[in-house]
Design a binder for this molecule. Sequence first.
Ligand SMILES: [Mg+2]
Length: 331
Amino acid sequence: MNHKVLIVDDDPAILRLLASYVDAAGFDVLQATNGRDALHIVLAEAPPIVITDWMMPETDGLQLCRTLRHHEGVRFVYLIMLTVYNEAERITEAFEAGADDFLTKPIQRSELSARLRVAEHIARLEEDLSRRTREIHRLNAEMAVTAEKLAAANDKLRQLVTTDELTGLLNRREAMNRLQQLWGLRDRYGHDFSCIMLDLDGFKRFNDTYGHAAGDLVLREAGKVFQGKVRQSDVVCRIGGEEFLILCQAVGAAEAAVCAEHVRAAVEAHDFQWEGQRLKVTVSLGVAQCSREMKSTDDILRAADRAMYASKAAGRNCVPIAEARPAVAQV
Ligand SMILES: [Mg+2]
């Protein structure tokens, strides 16, 4: 596509001559006979190149240059000033007003043509630059949207990876991570912690009697009951079918046992509503405190598990505390 060139001169004869030269050089010609009309044409047609006479009534070439340079609606214009002056002082004045180039009268066709090529080259560079800038802005906006979607997807993924779908509690994998963190804190700072292992009593029989949907309801609701009874710093996790683990940071076995007893009593008192029936469920719990003799997180899990089975053996629905035992050497 040809570039548009606006020529501005108050002399119709010069305007005609310029128009024929500019047209012959392969540009689309726009014309104005004064500065005011020239500005309107620039705003409406956005020609990238303007050739303007210096001496004109009302708005002269210098004023037109300044106006075009400061007008908010004018993006890019390559300005060539026509002048009868060729003294350095006057030429400097034109450049200071915002002209990019100048042509002295009488106009030489070859010189005009050469200067138009330069103008066209600059106009193309400018178009290219502004296209790239627009593209960068577009890509930046796209990237911002993508980053937002990615962050949301990552949050969702993190939740899926760490959460038990049925109860919304932390899952086994995350439970083991948190346990490892507590272990690390104890190693480094000597912070105590305890675990409560917890199992719904007779859950298999319960499932067989009422069906899995009722079983799922009990698991979900029991999870809520547990959470309602622990401290804010305690973490409730579902680590197996009907097996739960509560991690109690910064407490010994006696305090954890108080918490476990609250949980036990709350479950015993809770009515699980299923299809108009009031179902009762109990839990067996085992408490263990991390001790110096333990070599790894497996040891405290085993201790809590043993205590929990002691609860089952003692008739369920109770809270035994694991005895501190010397560690058995691992082979
Ligand atoms: Mg004139």
